[in-house]
Design a protein around this ligand. Structure first.
Ligand code: FES
Length: 153
C-alpha cells in the first residue's frame, strides 16, 4: 500500500503540466533568438582579415597569365591572393585589406596596391604607404615551377 502511494507521488512529480511545457517552449525560443542574434555579432567581431589560408604549396595558375607589371588575383585555400609580376620576379600578397577586409586592387600606373574602400595604399612589397590600414599585406613565397605559379600559403 505504501509502495503504490510512493509511486503515485513520483509519477505525479514527473508529469509535465501545460504551464511547464509553455515555460520550456518560451525559454527555448528565447535562447534560440539569443543564439540567432549572437552568431552574426560574433562573426562580425572575427573579420575576414583574421582568416588566413591554411598551409601548403598551391598551384595557382600559369605564370604567363600575369604580364610584366600586371597582377592577377587568385583564391587559394579560401583566401584571396594577388600575384604581381615585376622585373625582379613574382610577388604574392594577400589581397585582403588589413583595415576592414576589402579586396584590394593593382594600380598598374603607380605600381601600388590600392584599397577601393577607404583609399588605403600599399607598396609592391605589401607595406602600408598611406590610409587607414593598420599594417601591410601578408606576403607569401612564390616560385615558378615548369611555368606554373606555386604559392606557399
Ligand atoms: S578596408 Fe581598405 S582602407 Fe579600409
Amino acid at each position: 500500500m505504501e509502495k503504490s502511494g510512493l509511486k503515485k507521488t513520483i509519477d505525479s512529480d514527473k508529469k509535465i503540466t501545460r504551464r511547464d511545457f509553455l515555460d520550456y517552449f518560451i525559454k527555448a525560443g528565447f535562447f534560440g533568438l539569443l543564439a540567432g542574434m549572437a552568431y552574426p555579432a560574433l562573426n562580425y567581431l572575427n573579420p575576414v582579415t583574421r582568416q588566413g589560408p591554411v598551409g601548403g604549396l598551391a598551384d595557382v595558375g600559369a605564370a604567363d597569365e600575369v604580364p610584366l607589371w600586371g597582377a592577377k588575383k587568385y583564391i587559394v585555400a579560401g583566401s584571396a591572393i594577388m600575384v604581381i609580376h615585376t622585373p625582379q620576379g613574382f610577388k604574392a600578397l594577400s589581397a585582403i585589406c588589413t583595415h576592414l577586409g576589402c579586396l584590394v586592387g593593382w594600380d598598374e600606373q603607380r605600381h601600388e596596391i590600392v584599397c577601393p574602400c577607404h583609399a588605403g595604399r600599399f607598396d609592391i612589397e605589401g607595406a602600408k604607404i598611406s590610409g587607414p590600414p593598420p599594417r601591410g599585406l601578408a606576403a607569401y613565397h612564390v616560385n615558378v615551377v615548369q611555368g606554373r605559379l606555386m604559392v606557399q600559403v
